[in-house]
Write a protein that binds this ligand. Structure first.
Ligand SMILES: Cc1ncc(COP(=O)(O)O)c(C=O)c1O
Length: 448
């Protein structure tokens, strides 16, 4: 019998090692909005929160129908029903380039779960995983808990956030279990060309390292851009691609994601396929109502729904880019897809603010505009804005960012014009006057 005199119930090492850097940073931030200004959250990567972007009726109807059918209430195979997996295989196949079958698909509870399973299936404690910087922090959250180290490779802002391929290759060592490639990207909104994806695959092939492709923003690209699933461009490199309904179909809460096993060289047949099957048994599969609706959703969602959603996001990207690029000290980088834009902040132009974190905090307290600091993506001197907000709110947010910058810019300090009260002041800096004038015209025309 165990001799315990008092209660001592520690959390497991796994639980203690698991942390989300964004949560950590946000929980320690001063988030006190200006009392007279309604908050505009340009921070939340959930396209449904503002109510302007809704799933197509066909998508909703498919789940209603699956519910009524009454045959989707029980347990199914932990990797998903044959019909749902076959539908995903068809949806993710690329004619003559990538032919997938139901056996190549594992359904998961959202793309996060798909990433979790891929990282767990490929990486053992003590190994490392290469991840993009700036990048979505969940890769590190998932890996570190398992005792897997993440090594960052840089994305290059001056090359529309392409991967620094030399750094990527130099980071690979004997313990590298996989490379995570996120395209289109959160937080950058970049969309890689076929040539760049092939160059990434060449690095992977030379070093015999598999790829985990985070393709949750598949097809989510602006007019004139083309999306290429990375697995469609290789016959050699094994790719586990993670996707789902979350973003493109505007239903993040439905928690439907998937892994497609793309492995023309049959490298993953030896162990990893079975590993993924075993791991799927830990959660006994994903939501069966959405599985029941999946064949209809993937086949019947009208193209016009995707086009309309993207047109709104692209218009917001163009609007905020064209405004913010004129603001001294701000350097937005125009995205090519997804739903985010990174905005560089030249902190030397804001001498009263310590870093991007303080800039973001003061933007909240003075203007009630909430952007995520670059620190959340391990990328100082940037902030990320989401582009899914309704257009009038985005204009208003840009307007407030201009007012904020005009108060804190070095030129305002030199002229002794920096005000602490959070209201627009009479900054004399010519550049700001021009931007503000342009904004007044824009806002008037936009509200008509
Ligand atoms: C790059 C990226 N990967 C994965 C996810 C997670 O997607 P899901 O909500 O389907 O788990 C997100 C969500 O924001 C994301 O931005």
């Amino acid at each position: 019998m165990r001799d315990r005199k008092s209660w001592n119930v520690p959390a497991s090492t796994f639980a203690k090692n698991t942390f989300n850097p964004i949560r950590n940073i946000i929980e320690n931030m001063q988030i006190v909005p200006h009392p007279d200004k309604p908050m505009i959250a340009l921070s939340i990567g959930d396209p449904t929160v503002f109510g302007n972007l809704k799933p197509a009726p066909e998508i909703v109807e498919a789940v209603v129908e699956a519910t009524r059918r009454g045959s989707c209430n029980g347990y199914v195979s932990s990797a998903g029903t044959e019909a749902a997996r076959a539908a995903v295989a068809k949806y993710c196949s690329v004619e003559d380039k990538l032919e997938l079958q139901a056996k190549d698909v594992v359904l998961c509870s959202g793309c996060s779960c798909a990433l979790d399973m891929c990282i767990t299936a490929l990486c053992s404690p003590g190994q490392n995983l290469l991840v993009p910087r700036p990048g979505f922090p969940i890769y590190t959250t998932l890996a570190v808990g398992l005792g897997v180290q993440t090594k960052d490779y840089n994305l290059l802002p001056e090359r529309s956030w392409e991967i620094d391929l030399e750094m990527l290759e130099a980071s690979i060592d004997d313990q590298t279990a996989a490379i995570v490639v996120n395209n289109p990207s959160n937080p950058c909104g970049s969309v890689y060309s076929k040539e760049h994806l092939i160059a990434i695959l060449e690095v992977a092939a030379r070093n015999k390292v598999p790829i985990i492709a985070d393709e949750i923003y598949d097809h989510f690209v602006f007019e004139g851009q083309e999306y290429h699933p990375i697995a469609s461009l290789t016959e050699e490199v094994p790719v586990l691609s993670c996707g789902g309904l979350t973003k493109r179909f505007l239903v993040p809460g439905w928690r439907m994601g998937w892994i497609t096993i793309c492995d023309r060289g049959n490298v993953l047949d030896q162990e990893v396929r079975n590993g993924l099957q075993s791991l799927s048994q830990r959660i006994i599969g994903s939501n069966t109502l959405v599985q029941g609706a999946l064949p209809t959703i993937l086949a019947n969602t009208p193209q016009s729904f995707f086009t309309d959603t993207l047109a709104q996001i692209q218009a917001n990207a163009e609007l905020s880019y064209s405004i913010l690029r004129e603001v001294p000290g701000m350097n937005p980088i125009m995205p090519q897809g997804a739903m985010y834009m990174m905005v560089g902040v030249d902190m030397t132009m804001f001498p009263g603010l310590k870093n991007d974190l303080e800039l973001v905090e003061r933007l909240i307290s003075e203007e009630s505009v909430f952007c995520l600091p670059g620190k959340c993506f391990d990328c100082p001197n940037y902030m990320r804005i989401v582009l899914t907000v309704p257009e009038p709110q985005l204009r208003e947010a840009c307007n407030r960012i201009i007012a904020f910058c005009s108060r804190h810019h070095a030129s305002a300090h030199v002229n002794g014009l920096a005000h602490a009260n959070g209201h627009v002041n009479g900054c004399e800096a010519e550049s700001f006057k021009n931007v503000e004038k342009a904004m007044v015209v824009e806002v008037k025309s936009g509200s008509e």
